[in-house]
Design a binder for this molecule. Sequence first.
Ligand SMILES: C[S@@+](CC[C@H](N)C(=O)[O-])C[C@H]1O[C@@H](n2cnc3c(N)ncnc32)[C@H](O)[C@@H]1O
Length: 195
Amino acid sequence: MNVQPSLTTQAHAIISDYVNGNVIAIDATLGNGHDTLFLAKKIGTQGSLFGFDTQQKAVDSTRCRLENEELTDNIILYTLSHDQMATCIPEHFHGKVKVIMFNLGYLPGSDKSIITQVDTTLSALQQSITLLASPGILTIMAYPGHAGGDIETQQITRWCQQLNAECFDCQMIINAEKETAPRLFVIKKLAAFDC
Ligand SMILES: C[S@@+](CC[C@H](N)C(=O)[O-])C[C@H]1O[C@@H](n2cnc3c(N)ncnc32)[C@H](O)[C@@H]1O
């Protein structure tokens, strides 16, 4: 039987090509800190990592995960919505961020009614493409199987479709042919001249 790797594993594999050396990275949804830890292990000693989550619980859980691995240098975690990212990330890093990860939905093991919202997600995505370097990569794990996640996934699909194809390559990866199956959007900002 051909078992496909999880979408998270695929996201990490794709991103790995972009985080070689001292890069700037953003985890837009900290959750329990798995993606943050992955990025923290990847950025070099001169790199920087910024993380966002609206729930203090998620920020604390992520900080704890990082401290356990003695990975806290050059990492700033904000208890703030990701639609504040352009304000929080120092201006000299704008246009230089190599990797931005979003993993939408709710905090696993916590209140499932606290989920990412279309308006703030789209605003954060729009800010992300300006913050990204060329080349740079943005990944979005989306979950259409829960209420709210369906509309959010539709809106992200539309948002991807309107991106300038000369500057952005967008792909959607899905492991099961089901409307409700989680999907991974992979948006590469190309190294084109004026992107
Ligand atoms: C699926 S979890 C993220 C999983 C995480 N990446 C990991 O590796 O464990 C989604 C997270 O998004 C957070 N969230 C919801 N709205 C947000 C917003 N506007 N800005 C930042 N984070 C938000 C939730 O609190 C939740 O912790």
